[in-house]
Design a protein around this ligand. Sequence first.
Ligand SMILES: O=C(O)CCC(=O)C(=O)O
Ligand SMILES: [Fe+2]
Length: 213
Amino acid sequence: MAIVVNEPSIFDHKGNVIKTDDRTISIVTKMEEPCVAVLGNVLSKEECEELIRVSKDRMNRSKIGAQKDVSDMRTSSGTFLPETGNEVIDCVEHRISQIMNVPVQHGEGLHILNYQIGQEYKAHYDYFTSKRKSVDNPRISTLVMYLNDVEEGGETYFPHLKLSVAPKQGMAVYFEYFYQDQAINELTLHGGSPVTKGEKWAATQWVRRKQYR
Ligand SMILES: O=C(O)CCC(=O)C(=O)O
Ligand SMILES: [Fe+2]
């Protein structure tokens, strides 16, 4: 059945799968305006484990410092991975760019998040709301990938859409927010709900309209 949409999306994949150079991703669920898609088979177990492995040290190290990450808004810890030098990161970033349909150079780089029990990321927009930052090279879309299975909690929730995505290793949720109609962008409000059992590892790619790196 064709769904009528008023504004263009960059997530213009046809059919139920996305064939990238090295992997077939499944489109599990999709809605329009805002375009939100739940994707399966985005990352292998080994890739998830490698992303966690290379991040672990960096998280620990950053925590010894000034605890800059700790705020009411986001109680998880996070780190940006370095842009080059790891085959798995390069390969994953290439695949993500084909899924998101935006060149690698528009991506901010993988941001790894770790949530321990009770930690969360309160509801927020990924686009910049301050005028100064937003004009020149705005963020346009996001892919949040789940790197492990969470025993309980840790869903990515969209309160305005009444939608909740449970974290599952290798799966991801995609959404975009460059609609002319600002009311649609505002529907992408989302957060990571508190982990209540186990821990949660996720990787986020935020993408810009123009080249960023
Ligand atoms: O952890 C999640 O489920 C959401 C993460 C998120 O919103 C972000 O990284 O911008
Ligand atoms: Fe976010």
